[in-house]
Design a protein around this ligand. Structure first.
Ligand SMILES: C[S@@+](CC[C@H](N)C(=O)[O-])C[C@H]1O[C@@H](n2cnc3c(N)ncnc32)[C@H](O)[C@@H]1O
Length: 276
């Protein structure tokens, strides 16, 4: 059976998605997934052709709900606790002690996890901070997690995780901070609510500005879904959102030097960090 989405229209909706979210879809990799989604969504809406669906998406979506549905369907949300763990070590052992000395003591240190998916990354930051202890005892630290996908933000707020998601957490830390449930694990009450989760699109300048200024931005495993122009735009948004002296950390396969040259790269142990 043919899909409502033709290959020709794939490039039209692909261009729309790219412009709004930075996500760059390739026909040979993504056509089928998107076409199946549009068939399903059109059936729910009672539409019998792609044109009606695309019209709604572009011109009859004032609250952005249809675009949100689409984002929830196409994003790749793969994540787990303590992923690329050395970066959390560098954060608590090097970056936070340094920022605690150099940033005005009258305000909290602020960390952004962008994107946070289902919350494993910002909670890994919290777990490292509370386990390490020395800075958090002397200073307020705020952690904010954002993602374009509203379903992952709802899951992050619920703080319930699968065995797979917690597999890399050392057993002593898992037992200390999580409750075992019949299916998986739930973050203990002491740590629930320690991350401020919000739905936000890194390309939406108004949403990003509202989040305020940060001292550290984690942006891991999102830029890989963008093309060069979008990566550059996001890198400059992060630059603007950082306090002078603040840091950006990227995923292991992502390099700021290939995107923009405004940051100073530093290598600590095997971890590259980028300072404003
Ligand atoms: C693979 S996950 C990475 C999660 C976590 N940072 C990690 O490294 O484990 C990528 C996330 O990027 C989010 N994302 C994609 N485009 C985005 C955008 N324009 N604004 C905010 N989040 C976006 C997706 O919804 C997805 O949850």
């Amino acid at each position: 059976m043919a899909y409502l989405l033709s290959k020709e229209n794939f490039s039209k909706i692909g261009e729309f998605i790219y412009r709004k979210s930075g996500i760059y879809l390739e026909e040979d990799k993504h056509y089928e997934k998107l076409a199946k989604y549009i068939d399903k969504r059109s059936a729910e809406l009672g539409f019998d052709n792609f044109r009606k669906y695309f019209f709604k998406l572009r011109f009859d979506d004032k609250e952005g709900a249809e675009f949100q549905e689409l984002m929830n369907a196409i994003t790749v949300n793969e994540t787990y606790f303590f992923r690329e763990k050395d970066q959390f070590e560098v954060l608590v052992n090097r970056i936070l002690p340094e920022l605690h000395k150099t940033m005005p003591s009258s305000r909290p240190l602020r960390i952004l996890s962008s994107p946070c998916s289902t919350g494993e990354e910002p909670y890994s930051i919290i777990l490292h901070i509370v386990e390490e202890g020395s800075v958090v005892e002397q200073r307020d630290i705020e952690v904010v997690g954002i993602d374009i996908d509203s379903t992952v933000i709802e899951k992050a707020k619920a703080a319930k995780y699968t065995e797979r998601s917690v597999h890399a957490i050392p057993k002593n830390i898992l037992n200390k901070w999580f409750k075992k449930k019949s299916l998986g694990y739930e973050l203990g009450e002491e740590l629930q609510g320690t991350v401020d989760f919000q739905v936000a699109n890194v390309f939406d300048k108004t949403q990003m500005r509202k989040l305020g200024k940060f001292d550290v931005i984690f942006s891991r495993n999102m830029l890989i879904y963008f093309d060069d122009a979008s990566r550059k735009e996001v890198a400059m948004t992060f630059y603007d959102m950082l306090n002078p002296g603040g840091y950006v950390l990227l995923g292991h396969a992502e390099y700021m030097s290939r995107i923009v040259s405004v940051f100073k790269a530093k290598k600590i142990d095997n971890t590259l960090i980028y300072q404003k």
